[in-house]
Design a protein around this ligand. Sequence first.
Ligand code: SF4
Length: 270
Amino acid sequence: MARINSPMDVFKLTDGSNCRACNEKTCMAFGVAVFKGRKNLDQCPKIAPEVLAQYQDATDRPDTIDEFMQQAVEELQEQIPDIDMAEAARRTAGEFDGQKLTLRVMGKAFSVDRAGSLSADIHINAWVAMPFLNHVLHCRGEALTGEWITFRELKGGPERYNHFQQNCEKPLKHLADTYTDLFSDMLDVFAGRRVQTHIDSDISVVLHPLPLLPVMCCYWEPEEGMGSSLHLFFDKSADQQLDAESIYTLLAGMVKMFEKIAARNQSGPS
Ligand code: SF4
């Protein structure tokens, strides 16, 4: 049986006429819809029955979270050629050199060019690339307020708070408890800034996963029978810069990055 491995495989089966009989604007959009499982191949009347028969159950959809994320990144990359990059640079506090837009992600250069191709001074993982692209496409460019709030207070935060706790705050607290260089890495490697706040934490570090998305990490050391705790805070404007789902994804990606660094450093030279 023939296989469908990409939207282009579907597109090639259509006649390319963009006739809209399938209720999609273009044959390529139909290809994406079939690939993602929103449409069936037989909704294009231009594909002959004998061809349809060859492709029954042929869609190769992503079956892991990382494959799904990678596919989402590719779909966002396809939208980049349609935006005004200079205007996007203004909205995101980035730099546009005429070819590519560069933002500082945790202090490191992270760029997208006019064609949607990504390049960076850090490893490009889909957990960071997806929110980066969403930010470039949709950020409103609001000014920072200087007021810190919890994830739960963000628009869309309460619905995702369980995931945020499980995949962001909890593993980061575990790292802070077990990897003693975590906060010096944040300061020295990722351009973090130690701050004093009204929150009475033992350590408070502000990081910039995106220029307009500062995150304050506050850690309370264990004492007198009480366990440690760690909480992340966001500028009150955060949900105007990025949707809560993308903020969660970005922070989960950041935590994965710290976990990798800790594992590498803790294993030490053999
Ligand atoms: S019905 Fe078929 S040919 Fe017409 S736009 Fe959709 S995919 Fe293209």
